[in-house]
Design a protein around this ligand. Structure first.
Ligand code: PRX
Length: 656
């Protein structure tokens, strides 16, 4: 296991346990450990029967013929032959069943502008938008890129694609122009939907301009659809005649009727790009029926969604959390949710708590990195607000340190709200390990037990059960990724090569404790989790070597107080080149351009060489030891052991 995860091992001394509050359990969908256990056993004994029954809750134009087809594993198919539509299940179903007047979105922009949409209104907007897409020539199966701020139109655009069977690929609006280009080119998107701008921490992001730069050479793009962010925002947009269209113009005159396309359960729903261990992000494929059923049930039980809940997930729709637990999961459950555009510290550190108070949020789902920032900003921002509406808290994206968990429990949750620490990935589609809030005694820092139908294990490299080792998932589940777009080989190599393809390999280390609880220890590959966002070290390395002065580089993850992990880059420069602050700046600018500001390293160190084995392999483990100030292990296998001492001194000098 990679030693970058040793920090998390320290949680093994954590033995506090919190029973689910009785007041919560009483009204919960799933109540009592016996019920969980019986239901879990049933789901594992006969997953097809189990998932078939769950799927009956939803609308199908045609029922499936076969629940699971594993004949071409690892290319699994769920609900084979079934016809359905996710937008229909998120919207029309509620209107048809008398829930049309329920508020769907309570939206707040960063400057304070607000919009509210009921399910009926959202459906109408989605129909208009879907017709607008059709008007631009978008058909079932076409790829549509979406680069938008967190405004209601983002939900509308995503659902409109789902309605007509176009494949959406949402690109987080913090990604750079180069990242847009790579994604658009990889999937051959015909259309990109963007906005004139959006707000972030008081500044306007000129999104359309970034898109223009990104797609300048993308031959697949036929049209750009530009939404006006509205409110007081006004950004000049250069509109290219014939290619660029204002959404309001295209929407004008469209019909409010747009019957949902009857899609095959295995029709591609979306692509979402995520980082892996190479320089090239991978397009994770999710299809319609299985993802639908899995996000529906996980959202319902893990967030214990009830008719009068006000649910708020603070993620951006640009990440998987926003796909599964802002759009698809909660909306299939017909819940009312808060959507917020901006930063948590704008105009001050109390913004989130003001929102919780204003909308009487009951269910709050955020990332440990945010929790650590709230802790740092001070309790006074919370104590002056009425947070008594909260009944359930959640975390996602990275291991939560017990100290942050305890603070979340005490200061945000007033010691009355269960916390669901949800472990999952872009690839899993939905939550895999998590407490059920009315059932599971929680332990700070622990994702606890598997969801229904999920059979996890902790294994050695050889496949033997272990107390600590690699996390494995033994059985397919409906939300499992269906592949990497255009790269079947990489799909097999990344997730199915270990253990001879018998189990899914998520790339995380885990430990199992005396209660059978799973503790996630972090990534075991060269993927770093910065503020809950996955960044492949190879992605940064390939950026640095583009610089003419750089010979090679090695990027590692180091523990970071707020972000969980930060990035440190060791860069070797040519003898003739100057390695000074100016070069550092140039390298940082290159990261901004190639990926986005959120991927900037904390530190860049220049060195004459990197520690390598005699066969030329960079010893990252030693670099991590250096960065963490640890005693260095055996260096005798190195080609030049003196390099490590030099680097150690340099690192320590810079840290002082
Ligand atoms: O390392 C795990 C970590 O985040 C990775 C997945 O990242 P991504 O696909 O971007 O999805 C993030 C949101 C689902 C995992 O491989 N991770 C996610 N949730 C947790 C976590 N690590 C520990 N505890 C969690 N609750």
């Amino acid at each position: 296991m990679s030693d970058q995860n040793e920090a998390y091992q320290s949680y093994s001394h954590e033995h506090r346990k919190f029973a689910p509050p009785a007041a919560f359990s009483k009204g919960a969908h799933i109540f009592g450990m016996e019920t969980y256990q019986a239901e879990y056993d049933r789901s594992i004994a006969d997953p097809e029967k189990y998932w078939g029954e769950v799927a009956e809750d939803l609308h199908w134009f045609k029922k499936w013929d076969q629940t699971l087809d594993a004949s071409e594993a690892p290319f699994f198919k769920w609900f084979v032959g079934g016809k359905t539509n996710l937008a229909y299940n998120c919207l029309d179903r509620h209107v048809a069943e008398g829930r049309g007047e329920t508020p769907a979105l309570l939206w707040e922009g960063e400057p304070g502008d607000r919009r509210q949409l009921t399910y009926r209104e959202l459906l109408k907007e989605v129909c208009h938008f879907a017709n607008a897409l059709k008007g631009l020539g978008i058909k079932k199966g076409d790829r549509v890129a979406i680069y938008l701020p967190m405004i209601p139109d983002l939900a509308v655009a995503v659902l409109a694609c789902a309605r007509i069977g176009a494949v959406h690929t949402v690109i987080f609006a913090g990604f750079s122009a180069d990242s847009i280009r790579d994604r658009v080119d990889d999937c051959g998107a015909k259309l990109i939907i963007t906005a004139d701008g959006g707000y972030r921490r008081g500044k306007v992001l000129a999104l359309k301009a970034i898109v223009d730069e990104g797609i300048a050479d993308c031959s697949s793009i036929e049209a750009v659809l530009v939404i006006r962010r509205g409110g007081a925002l006004s950004v000049e947009c250069a509109m290219q005649a014939g290619r660029d269209h204002w959404a309001e113009d295209v929407l004008e005159g469209t019909s409010p009727d747009c019957p949902a396309e009857e899609l095959d359960a295995e029709d591609l729903l979306f692509l979402l790009y995520t980082s892996g261990t190479t320089g090239k992000p991978k397009g994770i494929m999710h299809t319609t029926g299985g993802y639908m059923v899995y996000t529906y049930l996980t959202a319902k039980y893990i967030f214990d969604l009830q008719a009068n809940d006000v649910y708020w997930c603070t993620a951006d729709v640009g990440w998987i959390t926003g796909h599964s637990y802002i759009i698809y999961g909660p909306m299939q459950n017909g819940v009312t949710q808060v959507m917020y555009e901006g930063a948590p510290d704008f105009p001050d550190y109390g913004r989130f708590w003001e929102i919780v108070e204003r909308y009487k949020v009951t269910t709050f789902y955020t990332a440990p990195t945010a929790i650590r920032a709230f802790m740092k900003w001070g309790d006074e921002w919370l104590t002056k607000r009425d947070l008594s509406s909260l009944r359930l808290l959640g975390t996602v994206g990275e291991p939560i340190n017990p100290e942050a968990w305890i603070w979340y429990h005490a200061v945000v949750g007033g010691e009355r709200c269960p916390i669901v620490d949800t472990w999952w990935q872009t690839e899993t589609g939905g939550i895999m390990l998590s407490p059920l809030p009315g059932v599971t005694p929680t332990k700070p820092g622990c994702a606890t037990l598997p969801f229904f139908g999920i059979e996890p294990a902790v294994l050695t490299e050889e496949g033997d059960p272990a107390d600590a080792g690699l996390l494995a998932i033994r059985k397919p589940w409906p939300g499992i990724l269906r592949g990497i777009y255009g790269d079947a080989q990489r799909f097999k190599e990344t997730y199915w090569c270990k253990w001879k393809g018998a189990h899914y390999f998520p790339g995380d280390g885990a430990r199992i404790d005396e209660d059978g609880y799973f503790w996630i220890l972090g990534r075991v590959d060269d993927v770093v989790n910065v503020s809950g966002h996955r960044i492949g070290t190879a992605e940064l390395e390939s950026v640095f070597v583009e610089h003419p002065s750089v010979v090679e580089s090695a990027v590692i993850g180091v523990p970071h107080e707020i972000k969980g992990q930060g990035l440190v880059a060791f860069v070797t420069v040519k003898m003739s080149a100057k390695h000074d602050e100016a070069l550092k700046k140039e390298l940082v600018t290159m990261v901004d351009k190639a990926i986005g500001k959120f991927a900037r390293p904390e530190r860049i160190l220049f060195s004459s060489d990197l520690p390598k084995t005699r066969s030329g392999k960079i010893m990252r483990r030693l670099l991590r030891d250096i960065a963490e100030g640890k005693a260095l292990g055996n260096t005798t296998t190195l080609a030049d052991p003196s390099i490590v001492e030099q680097l150690q001194k340099q690192y320590a000098d810079g840290t002082k």
